[in-house]
Design a protein around this ligand. Structure first.
Ligand SMILES: CC(C)(COP(=O)(O)OP(=O)(O)OC[C@H]1O[C@@H](n2cnc3c(N)ncnc32)[C@H](O)[C@@H]1OP(=O)(O)O)[C@@H](O)C(=O)NCCC(=O)NCCS
Length: 184
């Protein structure tokens, strides 16, 4: 699989981060540590180091090369700063043609429709260039912002999984949703 192109939206530039973006990734992680912690696995202090960011970028490039996952960073239009993340992971081909979707936006960028804009572009790419048929996104029942966002993007509820992921140190139930490619 060739490394994906840059996706441009009205207010952002979405691409895999490169080694030279490690400092920007570190800033996004450090600045949003408290904001993202309730919605993510526990992170130890090493997650907030340049070494970890550099390794994550290298791992992301390799995952994309193998068509296993695409951990995109959402940059501002001038590419000076990472504003959000859009991660397509667990890509499965064969008769499934599916992946999982994860995302998060910086605390100061919420409420501007920017996450929606980036996800809309990422989904168009997943269903288009990547040729996937199903994108799955799962959220904590109390994550109302995420529920609203997924509904607006056309995701449909498919189920409810008990103790589905270990988030912030606790096994948490999740609402399971998916969006299926529509060719009409
Ligand atoms: C969940 C999360 C991504 C939602 O971000 P968001 O900024 O609310 O999402 P959107 O891009 O859809 O923006 C919608 C908001 O922008 C407002 N908005 C402003 N301008 C807009 C525009 N041009 N277009 C659309 N919406 C706009 C909407 O009214 C809405 O505001 P409201 O929530 O007060 O009603 C964010 O809260 C987050 O990162 N949370 C922590 C991590 C997380 O939960 N990740 C998901 C795990 S499942």
């Amino acid at each position: 699989m060739s490394i994906p192109a840059v996706l441009q939206t009205a207010r952002s530039c979405i691409r895999l981060p490169e080694p030279s973006d490690a400092v920007k990734l570190l800033r996004f992680r450090v600045d949003n540590r408290a904001h993202l912690a309730p919605w993510e696995p526990l992170r130890d202090d090493s997650y907030y180091t340049l070494e970890h960011c550099a390794q994550a970028i290298a791992d992301g490039q390799e995952a994309a090369r193998l068509d296993r996952g695409y951990p995109f960073a959402v940059f501002g239009a001038d590419e000076e700063e990472i504003l959000a993340s859009v991660t397509l992971s667990n890509v499965v081909r064969g008769p499934f043609q599916a992946c999982l979707l994860g995302y998060g936006i910086g605390a100061g960028q919420q409420g501007r429709g920017l996450m929606y804009e980036a996800l809309e572009a990422g989904l168009a790419w997943a269903f288009g260039e990547l040729g996937l048929h199903r994108v799955m996104a799962n959220y904590l029942p109390r994550n109302e912002r995420s529920a609203r966002l997924l509904e607006r993007l056309g995701f449909e509820r498919e189920g409810y999984a008990r103790e589905y992921l270990r988030i912030a140190g606790q096994w948490e139930d999740h609402v399971l949703t998916a969006k299926i490619r529509r060719d009409d």
